[in-house]
Design a binder for this molecule. Structure first.
Ligand code: GRF
Length: 226
């Protein structure tokens, strides 16, 4: 049975698009049952519609009480019977009520190598700091922003001539590989969380992995076709 995923998004939705595309090719054994967006007019809504994925716009400016807002989110996700909640550019903190409702089943992607550069400007902060390597992280969500146990990370070099846009684009391209991989591990029931450590269980027959090169490194390694 495909894993039923609920997606939370606020922006362009390119990560959501990857899920839709890879579901279509059969690379991901998921069923995106609902996309919820908190911003009217966000690209993610349009992408869901194009892909035939049910979507819901819940404008957060109309409900300023955070838990009440999250109660609507939870109700919709439960009704859709979402098993894994995938935050893809969702620019809001969720409340303990939300996390308790989907305990151990909420994940996020962040455009930096956590615990470095949490917050809204991961890529830009890394560039301004002058780090030589940055990247992206898929992690479990807990009550603290960009803090839960790490599932997979990708590192990219920062080039001397990088600006925020070029660096962000390089990171984004890797997000589009590691996030589907992480979700597929969930679909295959291979993700085990032990305190802060996350273990990816092996398959009976080992999968072919994709070799990193000098322009990126992903760990644990990506498995084909990611
Ligand atoms: C990504 O950079 C992600 O790391 C961050 O928000 C951005 C979402 O991009 N959390 P998109 O909307 O999926 O294109």
């Amino acid at each position: 049975m495909p894993l039923r995923i609920g997606i939370l998004a606020s922006g362009s939705g390119s990560n959501a698009q990857r899920f839709f595309d890879l579901r279509r090719t059969g690379a991901l054994t998921i069923d995106p049952v609902l996309l919820i967006c908190n911003r009217p007019g966000a690209g993610a809504l349009e992408r869901a519609e194009q892909a035939g994925v049910p979507s819901l716009m819940l404008d957060h400016t109309k409900e300023t009480e955070r838990e009440r807002y999250d109660r609507s989110l939870v109700a919709a996700l439960k009704e859709a019977r979402a098993e894994l909640i995938v935050m893809a550019g969702y620019m809001r903190l969720v409340t303990p009520f939300f996390l308790d409702s989907f305990s151990g089943r909420v994940i996020n992607i962040h455009p930096a190598l956590l615990p470095s550069f949490p917050g809204m400007r991961g890529a830009a902060d890394a560039l301004e700091y002058g780090v030589r390597l940055t990247g992206c992280t898929v992690h479990f969500v807990d009550e603290i922003m960009d803090h839960g146990p790490v599932i997979i990370q990708a590192a990219v070099p920062v080039n001397a001539d990088d600006d925020r846009d070029t660096l962000q684009a390089r990171i984004h391209a890797l997000e589009h590989r590691i996030y589907p991989q992480a979700v597929q591990w969930f679909a295959e029931k291979r993700v085990k969380i032990e305190g802060r450590q996350v273990r990816i269980l092996p398959t009976a027959t080992p999968r072919r992995t994709v070799a990193s090169d000098g322009s990126w490194l992903v760990w644990p390694p990506l498995e084909e076709p990611f």
